[in-house]
Write a protein that binds this ligand. Structure first.
Ligand SMILES: CC(=O)SCCNC(=O)CCNC(=O)[C@H](O)C(C)(C)COP(=O)(O)OP(=O)(O)OC[C@H]1O[C@@H](n2cnc3c(N)ncnc32)[C@H](O)[C@@H]1OP(=O)(O)O
Ligand SMILES: O=CC(=O)O
Ligand SMILES: [Mg+2]
Length: 357
């Protein structure tokens, strides 16, 4: 581990200084596309204004014989499309694959000035981040970049989960972590065959009434991902980086997708992946706080003055801890409102109504 004194020193001569703070930009949806797929690629300029993050995926879901086409497609798109305020990310191939070295060399050299974040899959521990960190510094120096690239890890191996705290703090470049439920399920030898979401077999049941075991007992499906999401959120919060839920593979089931995203939002995640255009609006809805919650948060903040002491609002006690929660919601709302006039209007209208009550 690097000495705290050297933590923010560049890892190669000529590389830019690593960031002291991770920019907290809206990233409600990380929209995945295959840059080598002509049909998807032509949709990118139209999708860019609707999403917070566009991610050119080079890893899983790209066939082995299309890896180079995807990499070259991303270079072409990054050079030709105006992304406006939308961030451009990529997911490179895994560190043990035959493609990742060329992914990193090509992307940093050719479009390092356009990319914001590099997502690294199947991270097992801090050693994987250290490897990418040094290589990026060397490539940034060679490419003459003045802005450091950020790194995002996917939490999708049992070892990664065991080491999540050290991964989150492995480099000042660490921007965030996403849960990868599909690979994580495989790594853990879970008996699911899905990409994220729940499973009807994972449940608890009420006690039997009398001797009858088969009747009158309600079952409640449980969340397979609760433990991992909560652990990831803590690790990210501890290191000042951002947590995300990853993919929800049942594209048709927009209802359960919304539930999964909302669970992640309530537990502290800032966004989720959208795999299909149908999931963009779901993420936008879920990861933008509801107007009534924003109105309530602003009301509490207003009533609490300097934040000390305790007050009653609508029968509920408010103090330092609740006003801090309200600030999280209000600050997120302000950041989103600055980008989205419709949201700004909805938040202001709800606040006016709440204050008039
Ligand atoms: C476990 C993990 O690693 S998850 C991350 C890796 N997986 C991915 O990145 C998957 C990304 N998404 C996809 O590949 C596709 O959405 C699929 C394969 C799931 C479904 O694709 P399709 O069967 O073409 O879906 P569908 O027919 O509903 O698509 C409708 C249109 O949207 C386009 N489209 C689909 N997904 C996307 C996307 N992610 N971005 C942009 N356009 C898209 C299709 O090309 C199609 O265009 P068309 O109307 O011009 O024909
Ligand atoms: O990469 C994502 C996953 O769920 O696996
Ligand atoms: Mg995966």
């Amino acid at each position: 581990m690097r000495s705290p004194k050297d933590f923010f020193a560049p890892l190669a001569v000529g590389a830019p200084d690593p960031p002291r703070q991770i920019p907290v930009l809206p990233s409600r949806m990380i929209h995945f596309f295959d840059p080598g797929n002509e049909k998807m690629a032509t949709k990118v300029p139209g999708i860019a204004p609707q999403v917070d993050v566009l991610l050119g995926n080079l890893e899983d879901a790209i066939r082995a014989d299309r890896k180079e086409a995807a990499r070259n497609g991303l270079v072409r798109i990054a050079k030709s499309v105006d992304f406006g305020r939308t961030q451009l990310w990529t997911r490179v191939n895994s560190l043990d694959s035959p493609w990742v070295l060329d992914d990193l060399i090509t992307l940093v050299t050719e479009i390092g000035d356009r990319l914001d974040v590099i997502m690294v899959p199947k991270v097992e521990g801090a050693q994987d981040i250290h490897y990418v960190d040094r290589l990026l510094a060397q490539l940034e120096a060679r490419a003459g970049l003045t802005r450091p690239l950020l790194v995002h890890a996917i939490l999708e191996t049992a070892s990664g989960v065991a080491n999540v705290e050290e991964i989150a703090g492995a480099s000042p470049r660490m921007q965030g972590i996403s849960l990868g439920p599909a690979d994580l399920a495989a790594s853990r030898r879970m008996k699911t065959t899905r990409v994220g979401g729940g499973h009807p077999g994972y449940l608890v049941r009420t006690d039997p009434v009398g001797e009858e075991l088969d009747e009158g007992r309600t079952t409640y499906q449980q969340d397979l991902w609760h433990y991992t999401v909560a652990r990831m959120v803590d690790a990210c919060a501890m290191h000042g980086i951002l947590p995300y839920y990853g993919p929800f593979g049942d594209i048709r089931d927009t209802v359960a997708c919304e539930d999964q995203f909302r669970n992640a939002f309530l537990l502290g995640c800032v966004g989720a992946w959208s795999l299909h255009p149908a999931q963009i609006e779901i993420a936008k809805k879920v990861f933008s706080p509801a107007p009534r919650d924003v109105a309530w948060a602003r009301k509490v903040i207003g009533a609490m003055g300097d934040g000390t002491g305790a007050v009653m609002i609508e029968g509920k006690m408010q103090d330092d801890a609740s006003v801090k929660q309200c600030r999280v919601v209000a600050e997120l709302a302000d950041a989103l409102a600055a980008r989205d006039p419709e949201l700004a209007e909805a938040y202001d209208a709800a606040t006016e109504e709440a204050l008039a009550e």
